[in-house]
Design a protein around this ligand. Structure first.
Ligand code: GTP
Ligand code: MG
Length: 231
């Protein structure tokens, strides 16, 4: 994939505005200020494609970036910012949930961001529970890794798997720093595999509601490119 061929494509404030997927999508989720926009800029090798601010609550729309016309990078609004009014909170929650539940989405992966310095918040845990329930493949990225010294880092890495819901062995966890670029290669590797997989299985990433379809053999679809449990 050519990481020099990236562009901002669109921002949506209402889920009804989001068109049916034209490309496979990878969405970035996490609480406000966790570093989603910074990660996207680092991943795409651009300083200010996604807007970063010291003021939380910056990204209030779902923003689509085009990566080499092969993948849509989707920046979701951050949740959990206390100072935002209730109506905005509800709108954002509706946007995020509407996006993740949209069966017309060719959503191949959610990258769930968690600050490396703290255990996941209740809302992080809720989000991961929701992804599991929806059977959406995800990886966990631990942001701001540069803010810890080696001992603190070891301590967090030893604790995090047990703090997350689900199988601790089975969750891919990637330390990341938008300052040093740590974690970029691993994420690009996963995105590359996702794109290859989507090219081979154009129909398979679009989800059907798990309730509506029971087991429905989507197991093989979701795991291959995130590096665990490939059959
Ligand atoms: N040291 C350090 N600071 C970071 C890193 N990533 C983000 N930050 C800082 O954290 C703050 C928030 O970063 P953003 O990328 O805007 O966070 P966001 O998740 O997009 O926030 P919202 O748009 O409000 O949801 C900014 O001041 C960034 O400079 C990192 O890896 N290391
Ligand atoms: Mg942002």
């Amino acid at each position: 994939m050519n990481y020099h061929n990236v562009s901002f494509e669109a921002a949506y404030g209402l889920k009804q505005q989001i068109p049916v997927s034209r490309l496979p999508e990878v969405a970035f989720s996490g609480r406000s200020n966790v570093g989603k926009s910074s990660l996207i800029n680092k991943l795409l090798g651009r300083k200010a494609l996604a807007r970063v601010s010291s003021e939380p609550g910056k990204t209030a729309t779902i923003n689509f970036y085009n990566l080499d016309d092969q993948l849509h990078i989707v920046d979701l609004p951050g949740y959990g910012y206390a100072k935002v009014g209730l109506s905005d909170k509800q709108r954002w929650a509706g946007l995020i949930e509407g996006y993740l539940k949209d069966e017309r989405r060719n959503l191949g992966l959610v990258v769930q961001l968690v600050d490396i310095r703290r255990p996941p918040s209740d809302q992080d845990l809720q989000m991961i529970g929701f992804l599991q329930q929806m059977e959406i493949p995800y990886v966990v990225v631990l942001t701001k890794a540069d803010k810890l010294n080696q001992a603190q880092r070891r301590e967090r890495l030893a604790s995090i798997a047990a703090e997350l819901p689900g199988d601790p062995e089975g969750t891919v966890i990637i330390p990341f720093s938008a300052l040093s670029g740590e974690g970029v290669d691993e994420l690009r590797e996963i995105l590359g595999q996702l794109v290859q997989f989507a090219a081979k299985h154009p129909e398979m990433l679009t989800r059907e509601a798990p309730e509506a379809d029971g087991e429905a053999g989507s197991e093989d679809v979701k795991v291959e490119y995130i590096g665990f449990d490939a059959e």
